[in-house]
Ligand binder design. Sequence first.
Ligand code: HEM
Length: 198
Amino acid sequence: MMPSTESATYHTRITIFLHWFMALAILGMLTLGWGFDYLPKGEVKLGLIGAHKSIGIVILFLGIARLARRIAHHARSLPAIQCLWGRRIASTTHILLYVAVIGLPLSGWMMVSASPRNIPTVLFDILPWPNLPILPTLENRGQITRYLLTAHWWMSIVLAALIAGHAMAALRHHFISRDDTLLRMMPRLGGKRPANHA
Ligand code: HEM
């Protein structure tokens, strides 16, 4: 049986959970990453970099899973009142968000794989995590690691800008267009039509 148009508009609980879990994890990771420069070298910094790598790898695979899910299930429809340009900007931002959410942790994994310091990655101090192939065998590993750190930093700026734009668009939907774009992504409302949004 075909799903009704109305129910197809709402996100599943798993989509809502993944959305907010990843949003919080990414904001924490950006704060942590930008804070590294201000931390003195030592055990605490090493421990935090270990946590950063572990959470980053989880974000990488959750990002890939979300992308696969979105491709498999098609994107939920945007509100009908949105103009053509609004729709284009929204879908471009969503594509760029996927690129950044996958590309940023991937660049971190590439960086630690290329690093001549050969610091092993052990996820949450439990699961030894492999380096990516080829990178550990390259010459000029120090130079490559520096390029990758620069790429990692720039991607963090791009991701932060995309998240800010995405959040402002959601608030605009809620307070100016007064549609249910934000409410349908809120926890507890999963699958149910908010009463005050006809
Ligand atoms: C969404 C995920 C991630 C975010 C938002 C993020 C963000 C950042 C930011 C903002 C920095 C500071 C860059 C700079 O100051 O130049 C950083 C540094 C770093 N990141 Fe990530 N990162 C993520 C994932 C990863 C992953 C998956 C790894 C490795 C497996 C990783 C390894 C590192 C390392 C080694 C540093 C440098 C730490 C230092 O020595 O100062 N990151 N990250």
